[in-house]
Design a protein around this ligand. Structure first.
Ligand code: ZN
Length: 123
């Protein structure tokens, strides 16, 4: 009897932990199409990739306070990437298209491109 209760409790906690893990797993990565571009902690752009024509490439130039620049390209299949930059390491360019959970970071220019939640309308 006591052993049975223990097994039940153990099973219940395993199910609980699994459910919790599943919830966290489903939450990340998000299926948001909204992207936030921040520089030095300030949000420069919040854009919806879904609102862009996925066959036409568009570029955004971002100048950094130290005189550098990053060219952000939104194109094919609603992807976003840094196509050009004058930073020494070019890590941001090599990162390629933004994927879930992995932001594009340009350390020298303090630029971060990451997926974000859809902003709430109104307010
Ligand atoms: Zn860079």
């Amino acid at each position: 009897m006591t052993k049975g209760v223990k097994i039940c409790l153990a099973a219940a906690s395993v199910i609980f932990v699994s459910a919790l893990a599943a919830m966290l797993w489903l939450r990340l990565p998000s299926d948001s199409t909204w992207v936030e571009i921040t520089q030095d902690g300030k949000v420069l752009y919040t854009i919806d990739l879904a609102s862009y024509d996925d066959e036409q490439t568009q570029t955004i130039r971002i100048d950094s306070p130290d005189g550098g620049y990053n060219i952000i390209e939104i194109g094919e299949g609603n992807t976003i990437r840094i196509s050009e930059a004058d930073c020494p390491d070019k890590t941001c360019v090599k990162t390629g298209a933004l994927s879930d959970g992995v932001p594009i970071v340009c350390l020298p220019h303090r630029l971060i491109i990451k997926f974000t939640d859809e902003p709430e309308n109104g307010g």
